[in-house]
Design a protein around this ligand. Structure first.
Ligand SMILES: NC(=O)c1ccc[n+]([C@@H]2O[C@H](COP(=O)([O-])OP(=O)(O)OC[C@H]3O[C@@H](n4cnc5c(N)ncnc54)[C@H](O)[C@@H]3O)[C@@H](O)[C@H]2O)c1
Length: 434
């Protein structure tokens, strides 16, 4: 077999570890770079390194921080020396939480903007023929205030943009995370134009799947599935009608692989489940309840006002990927969420262990507590005495009261920041600090 080599940054994260696994299955010598800063990264490293012999490729791990260029360049050089030039560099390492980016913008900038620049420089200097796949984000489009949204019973929807947001939509990032990823996204494109690097940018919507140790501020689908299975509190920001298009992890990887082998470098794609695979927060809670065979399903939903930078609706226009690559998502949210719940049930001990290790007390920029909903066998619904967070704080409703312009609440609340404890799981079923 031809010797094949690849590099994955953030290879112990959720998406990264799936990339590493697929590359190993295809016989690559994979260099996995990760500083293990993310909760669950160590567990993913243990999982992928457990039995490297079962997969045809070879697995090599280096606990390097992408913010440190000299170290990064060194590990790239060593890998190329031992295993040859990588065919592909998949860049996933990032600070991924918007809330953390607000709390610690320098770390966010250094990781996402400078770290990505370092990865590009390492490729330019050491392996310029490699394809570089970059995980960008829908957040480059900001809060999409100019896109009209209408409110239905259980979800918001784009009023006119029925096919979703295309990659030609103007970027307008509105949080430190959006800004740092947008800078990185532009560097990726420009290094293709200026230096001829084979960069591919995927502006990802909501990706979900196994090996994702979701947290409240990132990975909400997995966070909810874990909370549903282990009986926990869920904090909902706004009315729970925020809509996202969901993409199952293997569908994302199929798109990466198709783009990599297409010979179309320098491209930017919006990717997600598209309009056919969208789900609101309320709809996900209902689906989890429906899928739960456990009669004791008991989820307490606490309602807060909208978070800064939250898009009311985000759905990707994926038609470009379909036209150029013939790609389309195969896994529906119902199927994916079912698989996710099975994974959570099968790996309960590991998930609790991961959560136990993280005695995180994040400073969450919390715009204000609104209400609590107990979820004992009934559907999530907004109780009548709940203040309508958006309306009461100046959201721009039109005359019939149904259509809103996407105006989140954040600005007025800048003095209301409080520190909340991010949920924790405890051994033995009962969990979560209240
Ligand atoms: N999961 C999604 O829905 C989603 C959506 C849009 C964009 N993205 C992007 O996809 C990428 C992967 O996301 P994910 O969900 O797998 O996140 P993740 O947090 O699970 O993975 C990121 C990994 O990067 C590592 N890391 C962080 N800082 C690092 C540093 N300085 N040096 C080296 N490693 C570092 C972390 O330890 C972690 O293992 C990120 O770039 C993210 O911005 C993800």
């Amino acid at each position: 077999m031809k010797h094949r080599s690849a590099i994955v940054t953030g290879g112990c994260g959720f998406i990264g570890v799936h990339c590493v696994k697929r590359l190993l299955e295809q016989g690559h010598s994979v260099l996995c770079i990760d500083n293990l800063s993310r909760r669950g990264a160590q567990a993913n490293l243990n999982w992928i390194a457990r039995d490297p012999k079962r997969l045809p490729g070879s697995f090599n791990f280096d606990q390097t921080d992408i913010r440190r260029f000299e170290e990064l360049e060194n590990v790239f050089r060593k890998h190329v020396h031992r295993h040859g030039n990588p065919e592909v560099v998949i860049h996933q390492a990032a600070q991924v939480a918007v809330t953390q980016s607000v709390a610690q913008p320098r770390i966010d900038f250094e990781t996402n903007a400078l770290g990505t620049f370092n990865v590009l420089e390492a490729v330019r200097r050491i392996c310029p023929d490699a394809t570089i796949i970059f995980a960008s984000t829908k957040k480059v489009y900001g809060s999409l205030e100019s896109v009209e949204v209408c409110e239905l019973d259980e979800r918001y929807e784009f009023r006119t943009l029925k096919t979703g947001i295309p990659s030609s939509h103007p970027v307008d990032p509105s949080t430190p995370y959006g800004c740092s990823k947008c800078a990185a996204d532009h560097y990726m494109r420009d290094y293709s134009r200026i230096y001829g690097l084979r960069t591919l940018v995927f502006r990802q919507s909501c990706v979900y799947g196994t090996r994702q140790f979701g947290e409240e501020d990132q990975g909400w689908v997995s966070w909810f599935a874990i909370a549903a299975a282990l009986r926990g509190d869920i904090n909902v920001f706004g009315r729970g009608k925020q809509l996202r298009d969901l993409l199952w992890i293997d569908d994302l990887l199929d798109a990466y692989w198709m783009a990599w082998h297409s010979g179309l470098p320098g491209q930017v794609f919006n990717i997600g489940g598209g309009p056919q695979n969208s789900l609101s927060v309320v709809e996900l809670i209902k689906l989890l309840k429906e899928l739960s065979s456990d009669e004791t399903f008991n989820m307490r939903v606490r309602q807060f006002s909208t978070r800064p930078g939250d898009q009311l609706v985000y759905v990707s226009d994926i038609s470009e990927l379909t036209q150029k690559l013939g790609w389309r998502p195969k896994i529906s949210p119902r199927q994916g969420v079912e698989w996710l719940c099975e994974w959570v049930k099968r790996n309960r001990a590991e998930i609790e262990e991961v959560a136990l290790r993280a005695d995180d007390v994040h400073d969450v920029q919390d715009p204000g507590f609104e209400a609590v909903h107990e979820m004992k066998g009934e559907s999530f619904r907004e109780s009548t005495n709940v203040r309508r967070a958006d309306a009461s704080r100046g959201t721009d409703y039109n005359s019939n009261g149904l259509c809103v312009k996407g105006v989140p609440v954040e600005a007025q609340n800048s003095n209301e920041h409080v520190t909340t404890r991010v949920s924790q799981f405890h051994r033995g079923g009962s969990f979560h600090r209240r």
